[in-house]
Design a protein around this ligand. Structure first.
Ligand code: SF4
Length: 181
């Protein structure tokens, strides 16, 4: 827990959305920039709960209190590593997940919940910006071939894990582009 009184002193802040008139002209991010320092401040609101209900709310069981603390301390390399222990694609989930973790956050019982999704997205972006997100080629090939049907997030994540385990993966998709719906 980075700051023991963070949840008492700091109010929730989130990135603002860009105006609709601007958004309909491009494919850029829905949200405006949210400074890294503000994200670290928001991470200080996490109470590192004895029973972190955010874990249950998250369908990936992301290690949320751990990476909140690491982000608060600016230990981005460890935050990226902790994130990828449970989540193959925080760059997706940090943008489009409905954030059931936030709905489950204990701070949300009588205050606004921790901005978990924003923190997740920032870990992914800082990871790319700092060159911390790299391929993990297998140390040995298994000689086995695996077919994965469907290229949504589950198919992509399964493929990534299988390749890391040394298997040769072919990913099938009925549509013209990968990525699922
Ligand atoms: S429930 Fe909220 S305050 Fe508690 S550990 Fe999870 S993110 Fe932090």
């Amino acid at each position: 827990m980075g700051k023991t009184t963070g949840f008492l002193e700091i109010e929730r802040e989130v990135a603002l959305t860009r105006p609709v008139a601007e958004r309909v002209r491009d494919w850029q991010d829905l949200y405006r920039e949210f400074p890294q320092e503000s994200v670290q401040r928001q991470a200080a609101r996490c109470m590192d709960c004895g029973i972190p209900f955010c874990h249950n709310g998250c369908t990936l069981h992301n290690l949320i209190p751990s990476w909140n603390d690491l982000v608060f301390r600016g230990r981005w390399d460890e935050a990226v590593a902790a994130m990828h222990r449970t989540n193959n694609f925080p760059e997706f989930t940090g943008r489009v997940c409905p954030a059931l973790c936030e709905a489950s956050c204990v701070v949300g019982i009588n205050r606004e919940p921790v901005t978990i999704r924003q923190i997740e997205k920032t870990i992914a972006e800082e990871g790319f910006r700092r060159g911390l997100i790299k391929p993990f080629p297998p140390s040995a090939k298994s000689g086995r071939r695996v077919a994965v049907v469907g290229s949504g997030p589950a198919g992509l994540a399964a493929s990534q894990q299988l390749v890391r385990a040394g298997h040769a993966v072919t990913l099938f998709e009925k549509n013209q582009r990968v990525g699922g719906l």
